[in-house]
Write a protein that binds this ligand. Structure first.
Ligand SMILES: CC(=O)N[C@H]1[C@@H](OP(=O)(O)OP(=O)(O)OC[C@H]2O[C@@H](n3ccc(=O)[nH]c3=O)[C@H](O)[C@@H]2O)O[C@H](CO)[C@@H](O)[C@@H]1O[C@H](C)C(=O)N[C@@H](C)C(=O)N[C@H](CCC(=O)O)C(=O)O
Ligand SMILES: Nc1ncnc2c1ncn2[C@@H]1O[C@H](COP(=O)(O)OP(=O)(O)OP(=O)(O)O)[C@@H](O)[C@H]1O
Ligand SMILES: N[C@H](CCC[C@H](N)C(=O)O)C(=O)O
Ligand SMILES: [Mg+2]
Length: 488
């Protein structure tokens, strides 16, 4: 609890409109969630403008507003240039700057965030640190799993959860930091100790417009590292030296850098990489020593994720020997290269590849060991980057023997028009359009030949499908299992 004047003093610049100084016991950005004595943030959204809900918020008990434009309402108003960033700062202070009491690791990049955060979490928790994890799948700590709408939640959701974690003695938090979150200020006010960059490739151009702007957004994580002047706490940037975007990120941060990679010289470097169907071996070179890693995880991209996680864990004080033991025990991450077990002469793999680069990586990995034909079942999300659609179809067409184009989460778009966009990337006739995803999975499985590998891509761990404004229960893995059991 605090009063409005004391709370808002921390803002770099603002106009205090009104004379009253109410006590604030809650901070909210959704009028429907407002309680008595709330400070309500009027967020200009993509769909509606939060300023239009100020009256509703006051009816529900809001006693002050943070606004970008002055409203004719008789409560104190804090006028700022950017409500979202002000909200990030104020909610961080409201909850007692909890992120500065936690060892915070933020992972950004186009692909590999969920996987890398899970690897880091496993290493830290094996090292007897009390951990929390936030990302695409959930927020999880102390045995509690909280569902999320976004990979990186809004600042006030994050700050509230960090405060809860501090209360429950969590020590380290590993979280995915999306480019949307960085651009929209969701992690402004979060004090990261370590920033990790996985890679940058095409996605989200609908939102960012160009790759340059998308890259700049990712860079914000590294630019904000160490900007709080607290010299007692070590800040480190963990960067993928093999990625084209490395040089830009290097210039965007002022903190020490740990590099990782395979092709270029790096602090954490993998060599002698041997990829098998059921795992990967490589030698890690670090600080003049060599360690042989034997992973259950497969694919070159998994080596990158392990290197990133190892460097972040090492920077967090975990010795390499512990890192190796933990990483070697990881069987996989839900929905990422998940093999669907079954006594069948063909193989089914479910993977969350929903970008051109991830699809290419996964298909190249499969090509490395497949003894039979490769089929891929793939769609693209509606209300998302349209320009990636033909690219993904073209990669599937090039690297697989047969492509089933089907719906992912069409959202508000016409499913067949998404598939039409995708079809532009296909050259020959080794494809079929089956709009209904369940039918596509069943058809592919019923037609599978000896040793064929079927990749069901795009939805991974998701247990739903969004068509129009309805969300249906849907799990690629369940449907595949059922089809494998019932194959005619
Ligand atoms: C484009 C985008 O980022 N949209 C996010 C945004 O929604 P919005 O701007 O449409 O919100 P809005 O509905 O216009 O509402 C504006 C304001 O009015 C308020 N309001 C609204 C109605 C009401 O009755 N009362 C009220 O007060 C809302 O609470 C809000 O404060 O703010 C919402 C609340 O935080 C987010 O959940 C929502 O994410 C949507 C679901 C989304 O799909 N975002 C994607 C693009 C995204 O952020 N993705 C990234 C990662 C992707 C990746 O990993 O590849 C992510 O981090 O999830
Ligand atoms: N380092 C990597 N490089 C390229 N592709 C990867 C890498 N790691 C994983 N992938 C591929 O990307 C898919 C998604 O991985 P993951 O969920 O870890 O990424 P993410 O960055 O969290 O994605 P999102 O943006 O949806 O949160 C995986 O299923 C796999 O196909
Ligand atoms: N975080 C990504 C996930 C995409 C997953 C895919 N299944 C889709 O729905 O497009 C996004 O929101 O763009
Ligand atoms: Mg993710």
């Amino acid at each position: 609890m605090t009063d409005l004047k004391t709370l808002t003093e921390v803002l770099p610049s603002f106009e205090y409109i009104g004379t009253k100084n109410p006590e604030i016991t809650h901070v909210e950005m959704d009028s429907r969630l407002v309680k008595k004595n709330s400070l309500f943030f009027c967020v200009p959204g993509f769909t509606v403008d939060g300023h239009d809900f100020a009256e509703h918020a006051i009816q529900k008990g809001a006693v002050a507003l943070v606004v970008e434009k002055e409203l004719t309402i008789d409560v104190p108003m804090i006028k700022v240039r950017d409500v979202k960033r002000a909200m990030a700062i104020l909610s961080a202070h409201f909850y007692g700057l909890p992120s500065s009491k936690l060892h915070m690791i933020g992972v950004t990049g186009t692909n590999g965030k969920t996987t890398t955060t899970h690897i880091i979490e496993k290493i830290l928790s094996d090292f007897k640190m009390e951990t929390g994890i936030i990302g695409t799948m959930y927020m999880k700590y102390k045995g509690k799993e909280i569902s999320v709408k976004n990979t990186t939640p809004e600042s006030l959701v994050l700050q509230k959860e960090f405060a809860e974690m501090v209360k429950e003695n969590v020590e380290a938090v590993t979280m995915e930091v999306s480019s949307h979150a960085l651009e929209l200020g969701r992690v402004h006010g979060t004090d990261f100790n370590i920033g990790v960059f996985t890679n940058l490739s095409q996605d989200h151009l609908d939102y960012h417009g160009t790759m340059e702007k998308y890259g700049q957004a990712k860079g914000l994580l590294f630019a904000q590292l160490g900007s709080n002047f607290d010299k007692s706490v070590k800040k480190i940037a963990v960067l993928n030296v093999d990625d084209k975007h490395f040089n830009t990120l290097e210039t965007m941060t002022a903190v020490p850098i740990i590099t990782y990679g395979i092709e270029e010289q790096a602090d954490f470097r993998a060599k002698d990489v041997k990829i098998r169907e059921d795992g990967t071996n490589f030698t890690l070179e670090v600080a003049g020593e060599e360690y042989l890693f034997k992973l259950y995880l497969t694919g070159l991209f998994s080596v990158y994720n392990v290197l990133a996680a190892a460097a972040a864990a090492y920077a967090s004080g975990v010795p390499i020997s512990s890192i190796k033991t933990s990483v070697e025990a990881i069987k996989g991450v839900s929905g990422r290269f998940e093999r669907i077990e079954g006594d069948t002469p063909y193989h089914v793999i479910v993977d969350y590849a929903h970008t051109p680069d991830s699809l290419k990586n996964v298909l190249e990995t499969i090509k490395g060991f497949a003894k039979g034909k490769i089929s891929v079942i793939i769609g693209c999300g509606g209300d998302r980057d349209r320009s990636k659609r033909p690219l993904m179809a073209s990669i599937a067409d090039e690297l697989a023997d047969f492509v089933y184009l089907t719906s992912d989460n069409p959202r508000s778009e016409e499913p067949l028009s998404i598939l039409y966009d995708m079809k532009q990337g296909i050259k020959g006739d080794r494809y079929k359009i089956i709009e209904d995803r369940k039918t596509a999975i069943i058809t592919a499985i019923n037609q599978a030949s000896q040793d064929e590998v079927i990749l069901i891509a795009g939805k991974g761990h998701e247990t739903y499908q969004i068509i129009g404004d309805q969300t249906f229960t849907f799990d690629d893995r369940e449907i595949a299992r059922e089809a494998m059991r019932e194959r005619i």
